[in-house]
Design a protein around this ligand. Structure first.
Ligand code: ADP
Length: 630
């Protein structure tokens, strides 16, 4: 009978890889495998509890929901048994033999590429589920019987190398019994006290009774249904660690309770770090939905908006019927009311942290700024609240971040717009001639480094009634210096030069103008007043080859020596070949600067032609000087 239907299978290659890493890992914190097994047992019990409530046909319906931990000293065995949902033969193969979760596969890739020390951090941070057992075990047996009526029981066996076997077995109770055959140097897990300590550390909040050798383990009550006043910060931290299987503390927590108009309790956390930031994968949602302490939806997609997927925690409401379907959760008026309230409160709480505790907020920003930006774009209702969370660098805040409210506070009364520009870094941004007038007039310009920021501004349009304005397209003038006052004659000459440029440039530019904003640079391109910034245009060009850059106006600085020289040449000889070369090069320089040039080769030969002229001139003057010396 024991050998009945025995079959040998090979682990999926990812599992083999993971097992290999774990078995030989020097990870000191091997005790986490107990936490992982308990956490799996809790999941299994949650699932069967839900099945029982929604009265589908279940094996062993009268069975207590519980976890039993025992030891077999002679065989070096730690045994963890639950009366949860169990597994069929197929489920055993799918759940234990393979890794389906894309996150785990991503994690694994990272793990196999990382150095030893990082590896250990990663194992601790991520948790590697059932397989972590093999850090302490030389062999594992799983006896399991599914909750589905009439199910057979199976025994899964593996020593953690490349294979496992499954055979039919006898098991009376529904659920799963895991026998961990400990390695010789891991016998500490055969001590009752050791296991109790591990449970207190990681599993204090188990929502089902746990017995260690028939002695009941004192678990803590569900934290969210306790009054806030009876809880300390440490209680939340402990619950968070239990809930997430993480060893780090949360960045913040929020406990909300309400009786009317709708009843609910919620405990939510903002984590200290983001898995997305490390580049693993897109985080699954982190909030579980309960009804009277029964888990209804784990990692619910319906109680938090996508952009808040990093938030972890629990929402429990009596108003939610146990057998609610996904569609109903989405459309339920009461759930939506709870959801709305919670989101608003949560964002307000983060805003409060920003206003009171700058350093913790900077950490939150560092990890979740992309989420907030996503929120500004997608959550119309909380748009303004979320905009308060946005941080930027600016011409007046190069080193430190600033927020929009501080920008508004610094803004002089006559200023009517929030100015911004974009670029890859401060250095690049500050070389932009468009900013000269702003610096001269002491007007603050926000520096956007993240291309997403511009989408955000476009979406917002304004903040607290003040419009966003791209610096390159803003109308701005600097007052003319008295000593730079231009003669009437020069003004006439430069107007004719502008006309000359217009004809020369044709439809390469929208217009040619005498600049009132340039200070140090000879010329610049001005963007159409409501057009996208050049950063944005480049992105559009990358995604769509046929995208045509918007036409820009060309401005020249009448006080710049280069322009003065060119005006002079133009006055003397409007047909000068060198002038034409210089004028074309002047526009191309700006187009190069903005990354608008597609035909670099012709520009290079043009520059070489200008160099040749310059070299000839230099030679004549050198020739003159040497002949003078002689
Ligand atoms: P995770 O728990 O993160 O999904 P594990 O490797 O720990 O990853 O477990 C893989 C799967 O095996 C679980 O998702 C679950 O379907 C199944 N499983 C593990 N332990 C049990 C158990 N005690 N009862 C029922 N199913 C289990």
């Amino acid at each position: 009978m024991a050998q009945k239907n025995k079959k040998e299978y090979e682990f999926q290659s990812e599992v083999k890889q993971l097992l290999n890493i774990l078995v030989y890992s020097l990870y000191k914190n091997k005790e986490v495998f107990v936490r992982e097994l308990i956490s799996n047992a809790v999941d299994a019990l949650n699932k069967v509890q839900f099945e029982l409530m929604t009265d589908s046909e279940t094996e062993d319906p009268g069975q207590d929901l519980r976890i039993d931990i025992s030891f077999n000293q002679n065989q070096n065995q730690l045994i963890i048994e639950d009366t949860g949902i169990g597994m069929t033969r197929k489920e055993l193969r799918e759940n234990i033999g393979t890794i389906a979760h894309s996150g785990t596969i991503g994690f694994l890739k990272k793990l196999s590429k990382s150095k030893d020390k990082e590896r250990l951090d990663l194992i601790g941070k991520f948790g590697v589920g059932f397989y972590s057992t093999f850090m302490a075990a030389e062999e594992v047996h799983i006896y399991t019987k599914s909750h589905q009526k009439g199910s057979l029981a199976y025994l899964w066996k593996s020593t953690g190398d490349s294979n496992y076997t499954i055979e039919q077995t006898v098991k009376k109770k529904r659920g799963t019994r895991i026998e961990v055959f400990l390695k010789d140097d891991q016998k500490e897990f055969l001590e009752k006290q050791r296991i109790k300590t591990i449970l207190s550390k990681y599993s204090k909040f188990v929502p089902f009774p746990v017995y260690i050798e028939n002695e009941k383990f004192q678990a803590a009550e569900a934290i969210w249904s306790q009054p806030k006043t009876s809880l300390k910060k440490e209680d939340y931290v402990e619950f968070y660690k239990f809930f997430t299987n993480l060893q780090e503390e949360p960045e913040m927590h929020l406990h909300l309770s309400s009786d009317a108009p709708v009843q609910f309790n919620a405990v939510l956390f903002v984590p200290k770090s983001s898995m997305e930031k490390t580049g693993f994968f897109r985080s699954p949602p982190g909030v579980d939905l309960y009804s009277k302490k029964v888990l209804i939806q784990k990692s619910s997609h319906d109680v938090m908006p996508e952009y808040l997927r990093f938030v972890k925690g629990v929402i429990d409401s009596e108003e939610i019927p146990l057998n609610i379907s996904r569609e109903t959760v989405q459309n339920d008026i009461k759930i939506n009311r709870i959801k709305k309230h919670i989101i608003k409160k949560l964002i307000s709480e983060i805003v409060k942290i920003k206003n009171k505790n700058w350093d913790p907020y900077l950490r939150i920003w560092d990890h979740f700024n992309r989420n907030f930006k996503e929120g500004v774009v997608s959550d119309f209702e909380n748009r303004e609240r979320l905009s308060q969370l946005l941080l930027f660098h600016s011409s007046k805040s190069r080193e430190d971040y600033t927020d929009l409210d501080s920008y508004l506070e610094r803004m002089p009364e006559q200023q009517k717009e929030i100015f911004y520009t974009s670029g890859p870094d401060t250095e690049a941004i500050e070389k932009n001639p468009a900013l000269e007038a702003f610096h001269k007039k002491d007007l603050e310009v926000l520096y956007l480094y993240d291309p997403l920021d511009e989408f955000v501004f476009e979406h917002l349009g304004e903040y607290k009634g003040i419009k966003f304005k791209l610096a390159e397209s803003a109308k701005i003038e600097v007052e003319e210096d008295k000593e730079k006052k231009k003669s009437k004659a020069y003004l006439e000459d430069i107007k004719r030069f502008v006309q000359y440029l217009k004809e020369l440039y044709g439809d390469k530019v929208a217009d040619v103008q005498i600049s009132k904003r340039l200070v140090d640079s000879p010329c610049m391109l001005v963007h159409p007043s409501d057009g996208p910034s050049i950063q944005m245009e480049r992105i559009m060009k990358m995604t769509n080859k046929d995208y045509e850059f918007s036409k820009k106006a060309f401005e020249i600085n009448p006080d710049h020596d280069l322009i003065k020289q060119m005006v002079r040449i133009h006055k003397k000889n409007p047909k000068s070949k060198s002038l034409k070369q210089l004028a074309i090069q002047m526009l191309d320089n700006m187009r190069l600067r903005e990354g608008l040039v597609e035909d670099v080769d012709s520009i290079v030969s043009q520059i070489q032609e200008i160099m040749l002229q310059a070299a000839k001139q230099a030679r004549t003057s050198v020739g003159k000087k040497t002949s003078e010396k002689k």
